[in-house]
Ligand binder design. Structure first.
Ligand code: SF4
Length: 456
């Protein structure tokens, strides 16, 4: 536990009466966005307000993502452009947080080449933020904290971006070492939060009127493995399902190698768990899966899908796919298309493989030309468009429970929301419904959404 009370009082004293503003920008995945909310929570405790305009900020914090090298380059570009701001206003404080900083060579590079940056904060060291800010206010040229505290108390301090959808990290880190992924190197090994902390956080959110709880972890299916058998992810779902209130539970990500029968039972038994599973397959080729160190085969993956579809043929599945993994052959790629045809995903999130320094895959020879990878990606996207167009028609004439999210960007007078199945639903409605559950009868289907009319 890192008690910041004295440090925060001293910061408030040094900052004085004028309202200070912070600009906090998070890149990357939902876990990182959740960390950004924690950073904001701590800043609010220190007396900061928030702005979306960096030119009026007293503090700029970039909460970075390391998953792709071009994402890192983009952050370095933004930091470079802040040199001018710092020259104009030397009292401006600039901090870099997030996964990029967890790589010691990056922290060194920032220190050496970007003197406009005042401090660097690692992903497991968010509670160290007040101390770094204090050092900065006292005139330190550069400070860094990339220690691993294993301290999750900062979770309670979040400034949430939404009033009806909340992310709740249930674990941190990853033990899997997929060969293309940097996460285990920047977020450390798996650490599960205590179930009672998660349960009381969710109870509080439901009391505050939140309608969607998104449980987050790099691999939620191994939640509890470090808690001595006291709790597992299916057990946690069942326990959260008992909380009284009108809300639904989503979760991600779910590694297929750990997707157990117990998980499938819990999804079908718990009425508050959304009827959708995001199950990242990455490739349909056993050889590629082996070289990715995914530790399942296409057949094992089909086993999970078949069991789900046996219970509910309409159940919604989505996935992640990497196209053009090093030395992916045409046959490998065809196997991925086959898996898409067989599973019939409602949606896919696909990426062309990009080399990530520091991972094993970055050392693998790769004879596939970029142009070929681009062509494969276009074929994959075209196939998914056809599947979605056809597959979404199964909802026509059915009723869906939808959480109204926002006004439609495409049609005036329409709202857009997501159904329990994680399908985008557009329907006519008043903006006062945003943040509410509505019952929609589906009347039409496109390849990216369905349309319908409110019936309740
Ligand atoms: S399961 Fe694999 S892809 Fe996911 S975070 Fe862990 S190492 Fe990365």
């Amino acid at each position: 536990m890192n008690d910041n009370t004295a440090v925060i009082s001293e910061i408030k004293r040094l900052l004085g009466d004028r309202q200070r503003l912070a600009y906090v920008r998070s890149f990357g995945c939902q876990l990182n966005v959740s960390d950004g909310e924690k950073i904001k929570g701590l800043l609010r405790k220190m007396g900061f307000g928030f702005t979306d305009d960096e030119s009026e900020a007293d503090l700029i914090m970039l909460n970075t993502c390391a998953v792709r090298e071009n994402a890192e380059d983009r952050v370095f570009g933004i930091v470079g452009s802040m040199k001018k701001l710092k020259e104009q206003r030397p009292e401006l404080m600039i901090g870099i947080a997030g996964c990029m900083t967890a790589q010691s060579h990056i922290a060194e590079k920032i220190k050496k080449s970007y003197p406009q940056v005042d401090f660097v904060l690692g992903t497991s060291a968010i509670n160290g933020l007040p101390k770094l800010l204090l050092e900065c206010l006292r005139g330190a040229r550069f400070s860094a904290d990339i220690a691993e505290y294993d301290d999750f108390s900062a979770t309670a301090e979040q400034v949430r971006e939404s009033t009806f959808k909340a992310s709740v990290p249930i674990m941190f880190g990853c033990n899997n070492f997929c060969t293309y992924c940097i996460v285990p190197y920047v977020r450390g090994r798996e650490r599960s939060r205590r179930p009672e902390d998660i349960i009381s956080e969710v109870e509080g959110l439901v009391r505050d009127g939140y309608k969607e709880i998104m449980l987050l972890g790099q691999n939620v299916n191994s939640y509890g493995n470090d808690l001595g058998g006291e709790m597992s992810f299916p057990k946690l779902l069942r326990r959260l399902n008992e909380i009284e209130g009108d809300f639904w539970i989503r979760f991600m990500s779910s590694h297929p190698k750990d997707a157990s029968a117990g998980l499938i039972d819990a999804i079908f038994d718990c009425e508050k768990v959304a009827k959708h599973l995001h199950l990242p397959v990455q490739s349909g080729s056993d050889d590629v899966l082996r070289r990715m160190n995914r530790r399942y085969t296409a057949e094992k993956y089909f086993g999970i899908v078949d069991e789900i579809r046996r219970r509910d043929p309409d159940f919604s599945l989505t996935t992640d796919i990497i196209v053009g993994f090093p030395d992916e052959t045409n046959e490998d790629f065809e196997a991925t298309l086959d898996i898409m045809e067989r599973v019939r995903y409602d949606n896919i999130y696909s990426f062309i493989y990009s080399k990530r320094t520091g991972t094993k895959a970055a050392e693998m020879p790769d004879g596939v030309p970029e142009e070929e990878k681009g062509q494969r990606m276009r074929r994959l996207l075209a196939l998914q468009r056809d599947i979605s167009t056809e597959h979404y028609k199964r909802f026509i004439g059915k009723r869906m429970r939808v959480l109204a999210d926002d006004v439609s960007k495409k049609r005036e007078g329409f709202l857009a929301g997501k159904s329990s199945e994680f399908i985008i639903v557009e329907f006519e409605g008043d903006s006062s419904l945003i943040g509410q559950f509505v019952e929609v009868e589906v009347t039409g289907a496109m390849n990216w959404a369905v349309t319908g009319e409110i019936v309740k």
